[in-house]
Design a protein around this ligand. Structure first.
Ligand code: F0G
Length: 350
């Protein structure tokens, strides 16, 4: 197996649907750190709490793992265009990998539904951007109609190669911890990533007889179709990445929850933003709001005494904080310039 630092196709080729003929597409995705909690865990009485910091992938989110494999398979199939609907991160990732390989990226995004940094990324990487008046769910329904078009590869997580690439995060966690965690907390939008982690842990169980974690999926209260048991026509949440009312990977997300004996539960926007703030102020970890949803659920459950029996816990931090600068400065005021004198500095030090 190739070393940490190589791309995920090179590192995990034996466990991915690739052959020697599949191009080794990579931007150096994967190999993200598993960081032990320094303050949140201890404050909750959780000894072994870790964060898988997926925001450190090349385009700033976990999507890059799946996009590396999906792009490689698209090249293998002689596609010229990567197509996706997105709440932002998939579009940034598709645009980056398309640029890397000389492909076109066409990304369809909901008007007013994408954080500024993600739109800026897609633009900078040179994608064609179609902003539609409608939700993510409408955009996804639209692009799925072109899935079979010659020369076009649909790279949403309905593309099986996306899930295959993303399962490598579970492999890395087991390598880094030396074992599977007892519990895994993860935000859930379209349901692809919880599906991918569960597949990764399940494959390791078959391969080496490892245990699998109990899976805890977090949905935003105003966008929680998997918790309600029915689609949400007008999903609402501050966490725009998971503002999704009708997840494409519905059944496999529910299966991950059920087979692991876990749960998919809601957190409010206030709980998400409180967790977001604690991650930056108590851990030094900058994430986008959606990425804090899993941590919000952990804090909620631990505070209610519902996580008593120990074992290691991993929270997946799915996207980088700089993607959504507005969320970072909400309710804060930027300091006004002052005269550069020693006395103003002394006052600042306090
Ligand atoms: N966290 C972030 C930062 C995301 O961007 C997403 C999904 C999720 C969590 C949820 O993952 O959909 O696999 O359940 N973003 C997609 C996108 C929908 O278009 O970027 P999921």
């Amino acid at each position: 197996m190739a070393a940490m630092g190589a791309g995920i196709i090179d590192r995990y080729a034996a466990y991915l649907p690739v052959t020697a003929a599949t191009p080794r597409v990579t931007l150096g995705e994967g190999s993200t750190p598993l960081i032990r909690s320094s303050r949140i865990g201890p404050s909750l009485g959780i000894e072994q709490l870790y964060f898988k910091y997926e925001g450190l992938n090349p385009s700033g989110s976990f999507k890059d793992r799946g996009m590396a494999v999906a792009t490689a398979k698209a090249l293998e199939a002689k596609a010229r265009t990567l197509l996706c609907a997105s709440t932002g991160n998939t579009s940034a990732s598709a645009a980056a990998y398309a640029a890397r390989c000389g492909l076109r990226a066409v990304v369809v995004v909901p008007a007013g539904g994408v954080a500024a940094g993600k739109l800026a990324q897609a633009l900078a990487y040179g994608a064609s951007i179609l902003v539609v008046n409608g939700s993510f769910d409408v955009a996804l329904r639209l692009v799925r109609q072109l899935a079979g078009e010659p020369g076009v590869a649909l790279v949403n997580s309905v593309n099986p190669f996306r899930i295959e690439g993303q399962k490598t995060a579970a492999f890395e966690i087991v390598e880094q911890l030396g074992d599977a965690p007892a519990r895994l907390f993860i935000p859930v939008g379209n349901g692809g990533n919880i599906t991918a982690y569960w597949r990764g842990f399940t494959e390791l169980q078959r391969r080496d007889g490892r245990s699998r974690p109990v899976m805890y999926g977090a949905q935003a209260e105003g966008a929680a179709p998997l918790v309600r048991g029915k689609p949400v026509p007008r999903p609402r949440t501050i966490a725009s990445a998971i503002r999704i009312g009708n997840p494409a990977s519905w059944n496999s997300a529910i299966a991950a929850k059920d087979e692991s004996g876990g749960t998919i539960a809601t957190v409010t926007d206030a709980e998400i933003m409180a967790a977001h703030r604690r991650l930056s102020r108590e851990e030094g970890l900058l994430v986008e709001p959606a990425s804090a949803a899993g941590v919000a659920l952990l804090i909620k459950m631990a505070s209610a005494g519902r996580l008593s029996d120990g074992g290691s816990i991993v929270c997946v931090l799915t996207g980088h904080g700089l993607k959504d600068p507005q969320a970072l400065t909400r309710g804060l005021r930027l300091p006004r310039p002052v005269r550069p004198t020693l006395s103003t500095l002394m006052r600042a030090i306090g």
